[in-house]
Every structure is written in structure tokens, then in C-alpha cells.
Ligand binder design. Structure first.
Ligand code: GLN
Length: 207
């Protein structure tokens, strides 16, 4: 079984560990550089990207994780994890640090106050067996994706205050893949559906 680490500084760690095990991986928490060096793939869980960025520095993991991802380590980010993987963050904090890996621009807390949290059934490219229940919690979206980034899923964005609830809605990107790096704006670890984790474990096996 491939060994997949879950960055365990903050956030939804246990849920990812459980889903990875169900998806056929051996899942291990990662808190130290020595633990990072033993994994074949890494999950960056949801939580608070600004807090996680600070903890990555405190635990001296920022550079090691960056280096491994740059070296081709498969990575899977959900929500705050997507934010960490992005090349650039809009509405982030000035001291927020990026791991890189995804040539995208994300907007933090993008869906706005009224729809802080919502759920949707999303068809996702590469995930067989019908739509995936996606839970969004103060979620970001991908505002811009470079040519090498595959868009796997979108949702209609919030209504524009000028045109009202029946006005047109912009489709917002909420799942992407670039090579062995996968990311979702939602939380695939909390619904009991391990298909996205299976997709990721497949990428780890291929790598
Ligand atoms: N809003 C959070 C952030 O900016 C992400 C929320 C989440 O991971 N559920 O990091």
C-alpha cells in the first residue's frame, strides 16, 4: 500500500486518515520533516490557511514540503489545503505563505457571508459513479487557472446583488488537477464517500 501523509498541524486530519485507509493507502500524520520524508503522497487538510501557514513555519515544514511538492510529490489539498497549494491568494493575509504546486489564483472565503456554508451534488471529472456530495465551509474558489491545470468541477457562484437571485451566475471552479496535484474547495473527507481519495491514491500509485 502506498504511504500517504496527512499534514497534522491543524484542521480535519483524522477524517482524511480514515478516508485514505478506506481508499487503499496507509495513512500517517505528518508533523515533522523526518515524517515527511517517508511518504509517497501528502494531503493538506481543510482548516485555516493563515494558521496552517504560520504552523508550517513554526514546525520547520514550509521549505521541506515546498521542496517535495516541487520535486513531484503527489499532493491533495481540500479547502485551506487548496489555498496553500495555490500560486497566489486573493483576500489572504499579507504574511500568508504558499507551498506552490498549483498554477492557480484562489480567492479566500470567496462565496461570501450569506452562503458561508452550503452543499451541492457535483459531477467531477475523473470520479466515476455519479455526482459527489460536496460540502463547502467558508470555501475559496479558483479565480484563475493556468493552461496546464485541468478543471474537474464547477458550481454556480453566488447571485450578483445588481441582478438579484434570478440573474446570471458565474460558474466557479471548485476542483482542479495539475499533474499529481489535486485540490478541492470543498471537504471530501466528511461525507463518507471516498471516491476523491481513491482518485488521489491512484495518482500516488502512478507517480
Ligand atoms: N476559510 C478558510 C481559510 O481561509 C478555509 C476554510 C476551510 O478549510 N474549511 O483558510
Amino acid at each position: 500500500r502506498p504511504v500517504v501523509g496527512v499534514l497534522a498541524l491543524q484542521g480535519a486530519v483524522r477524517e482524511h486518515v480514515a478516508m485514505l485507509e478506506r481508499a487503499g493507502a496507509r495513512a500517517v500524520p505528518v508533523r515533522r520533516p523526518a515524517e515527511l520524508s517517508e511518504v509517497d503522497g501528502l494531503v493538506l487538510p481543510g482548516g485555516e490557511s493563515t494558521t496552517m501557514s504560520r504552523l508550517l513555519e513554526t514546525f520547520e515544514l514550509l521549505e521541506p514540503v515546498r521542496a517535495r511538492i516541487a520535486g513531484g510529490l503527489p499532493a491533495f489539498g481540500s479547502c485551506a489545503g487548496l489555498i496553500l497549494l495555490a500560486r497566489q491568494v486573493l483576500d489572504g493575509r499579507p504574511d500568508q505563505r504558499q507551498l506552490g504546486g498549483l498554477d492557480v489564483v484562489v480567492r479566500r472565503n470567496a462565496f461570501g457571508r450569506q452562503v458561508d456554508s452550503f452543499e451541492a451534488d457535483l459531477p467531477i471529472t475523473g470520479v466515476p459513479g455519479g455526482p459527489v456530495r460536496a460540502v463547502f465551509i467558508r470555501a475559496p474558489w479558483v479565480e484563475k487557472a493556468a493552461g496546464g491545470v485541468e478543471v474537474l468541477a464547477t458550481v454556480p457562484g453566488p447571485a450578483d446583488p445588481d441582478t438579484g437571485p434570478d440573474g446570471p451566475r458565474v460558474a466557479r471552479i471548485v476542483a482542479v488537477r495539475q499533474g499529481a496535484v489535486l485540490a478541492t474547495a470543498f471537504h471530501p473527507e466528511i461525507t463518507g464517500d471516498e471516491r476523491l481519495h481513491r482518485l488521489f491514491v491512484g495518482l500516488v500509485r502512478e507517480a
